[in-house]
Design a protein around this ligand. Structure first.
Ligand code: PGA
Length: 232
């Protein structure tokens, strides 16, 4: 199965950095991997790359429908700029108040406008119950009108250098897929949280369909190395 590798640049980068990203990804050759680059909104036009294996994503999406919404960017505008994916419900956004219901509305907006949402789910602490994940999945899919991708990101693994055991990731990915299947969705599930160029190969044994990456994407050569390993 093709792998999906998603770069979440968060609030990092500048014109110079994204010019370098564009230069490196314009001509990247991969066999079985699709790459999604999610820069901050303003850099989206910089990453319009003519390479069928490289797509543009954003890191959030509004759930507003009304045009009377100062400061927001509509999903249809993003679609017009070639945006194909949107990360939705990242834990850093849940931490500033995004609820499962709001995330479901964002999923609805994305799928209504030809954008594939990448919904982040995961438990907060190392020993937290995993039941919360089923609720996150079910509510996120409750208003979905098309393809949805999930990313299993245990909060405690994000940016910490700590990673769950491969078996544990495998178990949670299976749980997420089963939960989605029961409500009629056949989904891809990525793993995210402290993935780098050295551990990615082993982490693929978890049956993850790819990765959601943060820190490693800021070093372009390590990110390219990671892609080569995943694509092997
Ligand atoms: P990390 O971030 O790879 O730096 O842990 C992942 C994420 O926040 O999606």
């Amino acid at each position: 199965m093709r792998k999906l590798v998603v770069a979440n640049y968060k609030m990092n980068g500048d014109k110079n950095f994204f010019s370098q990203v564009r230069k490196n990804f314009k001509s990247i050759k991969v066999k079985d991997t699709d790459i999604v680059l999610c820069p901050p909104f303003v850099y989206v036009p910089f990453l319009k790359i003519k390479n069928k294996n490289v797509s543009i994503g954003v890191q959030d999406l509004t759930n507003e429908i009304s045009k009377k919404c100062t400061g927001q960017i509509s999903p249809s505008m993003l679609h017009e700029f070639g945006v194909k994916y949107a990360i939705v419900g990242h834990s850093e956004r849940r931490a500033i108040g995004e609820t499962d219901l709001l995330i479901a509305n964002k999923v609805e907006q994305a799928t209504n406008n030809g954008i594939i949402p990448i919904v982040c789910v995961g438990e907060e602490l190392k020993n937290s119950s995993l039941d919360v994940i089923n609720d996150q999945v079910k509510i996120a899919l409750s208003k979905a009108k098309g393809e949805v991708v999930f990313a299993y990101e245990p909060l405690w693994a994000i940016g910490s250098g700590e990673i769950p055991a491969v078996k544990q990731i495998q178990k949670v990915i299976k749980q997420i897929k089963l939960c989605a299947k029961k409500i009629g969705f056949d989904i891809k599930v990525l793993y995210g949280g402290s993935v780098n160029e050295s551990n990615c190969k082993e982490l693929l044994n978890s049956n993850a369909d790819g990765f959601l990456l943060g820190g490693v994407t800021l070093n372009i050569s390590k990110f390219l190395q990671l892609i080569r390993s995943v694509d092997e």
